[in-house]
Design a binder for this molecule. Sequence first.
Ligand SMILES: Cc1ncc(COP(=O)(O)O)c(C=O)c1O
Length: 386
Amino acid sequence: MMELPFYHAFAGKVPAVATELAEKLVSMAPAGLARVIFANSGSEANDTAVKLVWYYNNALGRPEKKKIIGRNKGYHGMTVAAASVTGLAFVHGDFDLPRGRFLHAGCPHHYRFGVPGETEEQFAARLATELEELILREGPETVAAFFAEPVMGAGGVIVPPATYFDKIQPVLSRHDVLFVVDEVICGFGRTGSMFGSQTFNLKPDILTCAKALTAGYLPMSATLVSGPIYEALLAQSDKLGIFGHGYTYSAHPVPAAVALETLKIYEQRDIVGHVRRVGPRLQAGLARLGEHPLVGEARGIGLIGALELVCDRAARANFEARAGVGAYLVRRAQHHGAILRNMAGDIIAFSPPLIITEGEIDKLLDCARRALDDTLAMVRERGLAG
Ligand SMILES: Cc1ncc(COP(=O)(O)O)c(C=O)c1O
């Protein structure tokens, strides 16, 4: 702030610190991502990605290739385009989003959507086939991009089944569909690699990130694009005489400086190595809690995870939403000393600070276990369990 409290990034001027941050991000990001455009939130980064995809296809003379495929239960934000890519009904309801160009593929949650006897690999193959059928039905010449979070967050912390992305990516390449990877949650260590793309071997054409970019301390997000996309955008903006996108606070020097310092600290403290070291303790603890009579599935990777509560483990049956079982559990957890998040479907999400220690993980798990026991007692008392 002392050096440059504000300058915009329009008309050929960019704060030097933002340029430095762009270079830093490109050096850390999955191979092939070459350029960065900044915004202020995850939603804006994804809205920007949608606009760039459309602009890109206009630049290539493909005005029909504009449809965007998200996934059921995918979450990409609340602005108009990001909400439309999102596959959660509550984000759509009554907001009159312009949904015509937005389609949704199947949700990669094996526990909920795998058919009996189907292995994770078989389920992944089926989802890839269904995606290809969707693209063919719509006409590949009309499908521009596929958006995915490496691990779905707000949709319920859904870790993809084994080989899922290995099977999805060739489908996208075959039909010249851009792969937009939303790393707003997974970016910067959460899954045990710097990016979720590295954990799951993804090759994004566009990558969006936010949140941990500044450790959440100041609002900033980024959209990274491949070299060929950048070249096409550049040629098109030369043709139009202007690149007509950007926000007043895009590349704001203060969050950019905070982001640069944050990334430096992640490296100094080897935050990714730390997540890799302590993540297994969280996952092993969650797996143990997965044996609790209230838990249908425990899942996660790195320092993100969830417990999905059920009233009948054999039938995998949910409690009625109005029983408020997940909300009760979260209140009990807070009473015992841990803040957890309850998501639709009584899914209890864990996403602790990346600096959490093994001792703190044990405490967190202990609070969760006590909250589960309290909730089981409540459920039995009220006759809610099957
Ligand atoms: C994966 C993902 N994408 C996008 C967003 C939207 O980010 P924001 O709330 O900063 O607009 C979120 C927010 O939680 C998210 O989890």
